[in-house]
Design a protein around this ligand. Sequence first.
Ligand SMILES: Cc1ncc(COP(=O)(O)O)c(C=O)c1O
Length: 402
Amino acid sequence: MNHQPLLARRAAKEVPALFRAGAASPRGVIPLTYGFPDPGSFPIESLVEATARVLRDEGHEALQYGPIAGPRPLLALLVAKLAAEGLAVSEDNLLVTAGGSQGIDLITHLLVDPGDPVIVEAPTFIGALQTFRNAEADLYEVTLDGDGLQPPRLEDVLRDLQAAGKRAKLIYTIPTFQNPAGVTLAGERRRALVALARRYGTMLVEDDAYSELRYDGAPLPFLYSLDPEGAVFQVRTFSKILAAGLRLGYVVAPRALLPRLLQLKVDVGTSPFAGHLAAAFAGDGPGALDRLTAHIAELKEVYRARRDAMLGALAEYAPPDVSWTVPQGGFFTWLTLPEGLDAGALLPEAEAAGVTYIPGASYFARGDGRRNLRLAFSFLPADELVEGVRRLCRVVGEAAAR
Ligand SMILES: Cc1ncc(COP(=O)(O)O)c(C=O)c1O
């Protein structure tokens, strides 16, 4: 049967190569591609113990359908966790989702009709780009510099849209330890960004997948906390701080909009079992956090060392005219190759030399990114990161010399 005529417009498009790619990389090739958490850091023994506890003490609830907003023990944990991070919210602001990805998807469904303007950072997270494309959004880009999104560039886009009689439905931003660029939005820009969203009547989607994993410097205010109950949705996840396989995330939303999101989330609740498990792992008793906090502290040590190994190897091996960002947290650094080089064209050569990365062009809605590439330091041990960077730098050096 030819299914093609049956497909909705958004499903009929070609599937991007990245979504077909599996996780395996050829033997001997060092993948600096994966922004996956370190599998050795999964707290497996503690999760085995917490699983037994959940099944024994809360089994009848954890194995039943649950409230769409999320299981009660997890919501209590989230209120306490966010309060500890300086974000005062109640359960009426929270919706548990299947990862941050579902949060982005739901917010997009809530706000975006086909053809609606959506503003993204350039570069930005591939999963969000795909979500906005699925919704047939009209994408506009704002370039990043070393301090994140540039408010004057954003205002140019907002003003042009306004002049054309249009309004951006949302501005999607990853202010802290950006994926893929590794940069962080400076404090004063956070205030400017929120002010612009309010002035031009658009919502901000603050994708905060990494802020718990800060290796240097002091925390900056969340966009949500700069305008509570106002122009900001915050999207969060347990993928980087506990286990990506739990598929557990949450949205912090203005109270007035939460019922609208609940209405769109037709899944009878994100896995109540995973939610109960995360709460049981986090600590003993409602809202207890101590075990999760200790686990995050251990993760920071692991990832800080990996970041330092990768940045150290870049400093040692990078040929002239290669630059990279210095992330204060998160999983990624972003390289800019010398003038005239193309990271996509160079990939086969890098693979042959035993290293892979993701070329920058994948992270742009419209722009180019040809001279850029993303390196992840989260997934591999330090010695492999160093060897991968050494191989990559040799390939880049040889190409630059041609
Ligand atoms: C910026 C950003 N947002 C959201 C996600 C989604 O992660 P998950 O759906 O596992 O929570 C990721 C994962 O890589 C990410 O980097």
